[in-house]
Write a protein that binds this ligand. Structure first.
Ligand code: ADP
Ligand code: ASP
Ligand code: MG
Length: 440
């Protein structure tokens, strides 16, 4: 029989009503044998995710404040799920030992990981599946990088004969047995890791939207669902802000060619989005797959006459960023200018040193820093060679009354990146969506 791994996000497990939906999804198909839960998410708009409550407790302790009240708020989230589901499970001992570990300063990652750990225990009990602690099957190396080889070997062996297991998302263990988490949203990565380790036929990712949408639904009203998308397109979009799936979640499944299916827990009859290794045969070159974007970039412009003829100029500029530990996003360049686009929060930490290093290494005529840049990525296949696609995108931006500050066209023909002022971001996104996608 085929085998599915099903990851459920925080909103899918926010309260007992959501747990009931999850159980009915899991039990409706016997192929769903391995389940990866996130921590309980928001129950309504103003609510707080359990993961954020845990980070908050950690921060309060670091400031020397008491966490009694904040921690009991977390306990209550689980107590009400357990009692509303009528389970006989008790987490009281776990609460005591977790709180003690908090007070003994077990670390920020340990604190954050307890949301998934406790939710995994509740879900395991509710589904009648065994609970497998991620600390025993997901490993990181000494340098903090995910240890693929050890994880797939140990997890594959551990789950080989399991009839049904719940493996909490988001964390694993370090060689010294301390807990480490992936970055925010990282339960998606765990879902893919489990799929790879057990050789699943499908990795399901259940969330609160009907699939991967052509644009962020918080900006565009009711965007279209993408039926099928390739790993590469997905990565471009999720890296650029389409946060529905963690941008690193495709790495574990990519090598094995396991598709990911994004589905809606609140609307399980919708087919969702299939994320596959290769484009479909009927794909039209130049068609736009999706649009994503994010704010918070700066452009550092370096000007020097005849720069294009100065051997090693680009290397020296990039070295100024590299030696200060800041990686760049884009490098749009002219004959006498080179521009480096970087994330504002990283740049600001090292600004003075980077600018001093650029001046010392390249002796430029002029260096300027432009802040408040938002980037928009329009992703599709064969876009650059398809007649008129770029034209349509730029006229849409122009017609929205937005000034384009930067253009970068990926050599892969997969994306066109447009830089606009942060204040123009939403307007430009809407303009592109309405005029390029909405009219198809
Ligand atoms: P989960 O808790 O299930 O992991 P997330 O909150 O991490 O869910 O991701 C789902 C959310 O991602 C959606 O509710 C939506 O607001 C947001 N989102 C941003 N861009 C997109 C997109 N292109 N398609 C779908 N959802 C998107
Ligand atoms: N609970 C974690 C977070 O809020 C991981 C996840 O949801 O995927 O980031
Ligand atoms: Mg998520």
């Amino acid at each position: 029989m085929e085998l599915f791994v099903s990851k459920f996000g925080g909103s899918s497990l926010a309260d007992a009503e959501q747990f009931k939906k999850v159980k009915s999804i899991v039990t409706s198909d016997p192929r769903r044998r391995f389940v990866v839960p996130s921590a309980p998410g928001k129950r309504s708009k103003g609510d707080v995710k359990v993961t954020d409550m845990l980070y908050n407790c950690y921060d309060m302790l670091s400031r020397g404040e008491s966490i009694d009240e904040a921690f009991s708020g977390i306990e209550d989230r689980y107590r009400s799920i357990i009692s509303d589901l009528g389970l006989s499970l008790s987490l009281e001992e776990d609460f005591v030992s977790i709180k003690n570990c908090f007070i003994a300063r077990a670390g920020r990652d340990y604190a954050a990981s307890r949301g998934e750990y406790l939710n995994g225990k509740v879900l395991g009990e509710y589904l009648g599946f065994e609970f497998v602690d991620a600390a025993e099957v997901v490993f990181f190396r000494e340098d903090g990088v995910f240890d693929e080889e050890r994880t797939y070997r140990v997890m594959g062996e551990r789950l080989k004969n399991s009839e049904g297991a719940v493996i909490p998302g988001f964390y694993g263990s370090m060689p010294n047995d301390t807990i480490r988490t992936f970055s925010r949203g990282g339960s998606d990565i765990t879902g893919s890791i489990v799929a790879r380790a057990v050789g699943a036929d499908l990795c399901e990712n259940w969330t609160d939207v009907d699939g991967f949408l052509m644009a962020d639904p918080r900006i565009i009203d009711d965007p279209k669902v993408i039926d099928v998308i390739t790993y590469r397109e997905l990565r471009e979009l999720s890296y650029m802000g389409a946060t529905v799936l963690h941008e690193d979640a495709i790495f574990p499944v990519r090598g094995a060619g396991i598709p990911i299916n994004i589905r809606n827990t609140n609307h399980p009859t919708a087919r969702g989005t299939m994320i596959v290794p290769f484009p479909q045969a009927d794909n039209v070159p130049g068609a736009i797959t999706g649009i994503a974007g994010k704010k918070g970039f700066v452009v550092v412009n370096i000007e020097k006459g005849m720069m294009n003829q100065e051997l090693g100029f680009g290397r020296k500029v990039l070295w100024a960023f590299e030696k200060n530990g800041v990686s760049f996003e884009h490098l749009p360049s002219g004959i006498d200018t080179m521009s480096v686009v970087v994330e504002e929060k990283h740049f600001d930490e090292r600004k003075e040193r980077i600018l001093d290093d650029i001046c010392e290494l390249t002796n430029p005529e002029h260096v300027s820093v432009e802040r408040g840049l938002a980037l928009i990525a329009v992703v599709g296949r064969g876009m650059v060679s398809a007649k008129g696609t770029a034209n349509k995108i730029f006229s849409a931006v122009y017609e929205s009354g937005v000034n384009v500050k930067m253009i970068d066209q990926g050599s892969s023909e997969l994306n066109i990146i447009i830089g606009v002022a942060e204040d123009d971001f939403e307007r430009a996104m809407k303009g592109i969506y309405e005029k390029v996608v909405g009219k198809r």
